[in-house]
Design a protein around this ligand. Sequence first.
Ligand code: SF4
Length: 437
Amino acid sequence: MKYNKKFSIGYPSFSKDPSIFYETLKNSSQQYRDEIFDVYFSDPYKYTFQGREYAYGDVMGAGLNQENIDYLIKIQNELNIPISITFNETYPNRELTDDPEVLHGFIKHLQKYYDLGVRSCTISHVHLMALGILQHKFPEMLWKNTVNHIITKPQQVVDYHLMGYDVINLDRSLNRDMDMLRAMQPLRKKYPKLILSLLVSESCMPDCPFKVEHDTMNKNVGWNYWDHHGNVSCKVWRHQEFNDLPRVGTEMVWGDKKTFDEYSDLVDYFKFSGRMQSLPNASSGKPQKFIWSNIAHIKGQNFLATYHDFDNVIKDEVNKWAFFDSFTDMMNTVGDTTVISNWRHIRYCDVNTKPDWKHVEWIDQQTVWRQKKGKALNIVLKTCKNECWDCHACEVAFGAPKIDSLIEINRDVRLLRGHSDHFNGLSDHLKGSESQG
Ligand code: SF4
């Protein structure tokens, strides 16, 4: 079985070398490339309205320069992988639909990409979609809504689809609500053009109370959320000692092959976040290829850019690892009990290095997912709806203290692992006050 067009991936916007993503993709196996539904990116529309500067498009602050955009066009034209321009900001810029000059400026901005062959676009501005002018001007475009619309029910899917969205990005909360995904299946029969996508990687707090404000605060050009309000939201509870508990984010858990296939049957493709990543330059200086890889657990490995460069991992004699040239190769080779969600798509290594999976059994056995309690948790997570306050199954499986809300982690900074200077400072401050007290 092949898993073609199964993954939508973000363009790693903060890579130092603008050619690295394109070149590495070019060197990857054809099967790896066939598995990509599209590569999404953003180029915010900047305009002036009533004497002030605005931008519409990117909630993450991951816009690209022209050199990166040129490489993206090459990915579509030369490698036949669709690229998808993303306007996912949920701030309701009223002038986008109200002011003819601003609206026509946006159409011109999008026209540039349409003329270059882009046929896929995320539009968060619902009133703009309802106008119908975009569908009229760009008749071949595949329209996506944004995952930030928080679509959780079949009726919402129908409402957005009939407004003109071909792809419905479902809310990540459905990663923990398979019953609701099943309830959506009749829609796929009734609306044959409907495409369902599920966001499977995002290290955000489930149903985060800060989300609406975070998503709409980045309006001020040149102002960065993470230097300001981010210091009292996710920076406080993220990357702490128990960061690996599924309840700490909305990351999908596929504890085995059967679980992956179950979810895969319920949606058309899976979306990985990744635009905020920076791919490091290859340590070997040789041509690289993307691989699907698994490393015996290293705390914080997702946050260390160096682990993208898999040649580093291969050289390291301490860590055990495994990799394949494609997801399909991995699924068709490893045993049924392999922990699928531990495999990563974005690491790369020397093109001449041969796939190797001799340690995969050992690696899996080091994880909680191969123990009885992990297997039980894998089942609970399919339908738990992240009602953690009354469940605590994650804490029990991982041997962590029970907490009712991630917000509580604010209150005991001694648990923080200290990934940022902010916390080191905060921890030192607390230690100081404890010794004084
Ligand atoms: S509801 Fe339970 S199983 Fe689900 S994420 Fe929360 S603690 Fe884990």
